[in-house]
Design a protein. Structure first.
Length: 161
């Protein structure tokens, strides 16, 4: 069974988002071993300077990078400049990773300011959800839903229409 890790910066603040994540986590249990790691978000001033933001991204990046060093891992950074793909292509990618002998699939969701360049360089794939702007807190729910959809596609389930 594939190990899927979601490494994210920050905690979900809203109960309805936590509930949605819990539901998809439960659904994914039959397809993969899922682990969600919440790293602390850097404390920034109300109007942070570019230097303050870059420093925070660097600190967060070091903590993320330490979790991506495992051998036999495939790392995906969720970033705005990443590649967009339809659900079927994501499912194909997840399936290919399993067949290639990778035992661990890591997804990284950075803070609302993004992901450090250090972490992006460690990524095997940079993935974007959309050109549209969504609340940062929604990213985890959207990713979990797409992972569930991917496993449904790979297993011929009826969820994906």
């Amino acid at each position: 069974m594939l190990n899927v890790n979601i490494i994210t910066v920050g905690k979900l603040k809203e109960a309805y988002l936590r509930d949605a994540c819990a539901e998809y986590t439960k659904r994914l249990g039959g397809f993969c071993k899922l682990n969600i790691t919440e790293l602390p978000e850097s404390k920034l001033s109300d109007s942070p300077s570019e230097k303050e933001i870059q420093n925070a991204l660097s600190i967060e990046g070091k903590a993320i990078a330490a979790m991506l060093s495992e051998k036999n891992s495939y790392n995906i950074s969720m970033c705005i400049e990443g590649k967009q793909m339809p659900s079927e292509k994501l499912a194909e990618t997840v399936g290919r990773i399993s067949v290639e002998g990778k035992s661990r699939l890591n997804f990284v969701i950075g803070s609302s300011f993004g992901i450090s360049e250090e972490v992006k360089k460690l990524a095997d794939l940079r993935l974007s959800m959309s050109e549209m702007t969504f609340p940062h807190q929604l990213a985890r729910v959207m990713l979990l839903e797409q992972l569930y959809r991917s496993f449904q596609i790979l297993n011929g389930g009826k969820y994906h229409k």
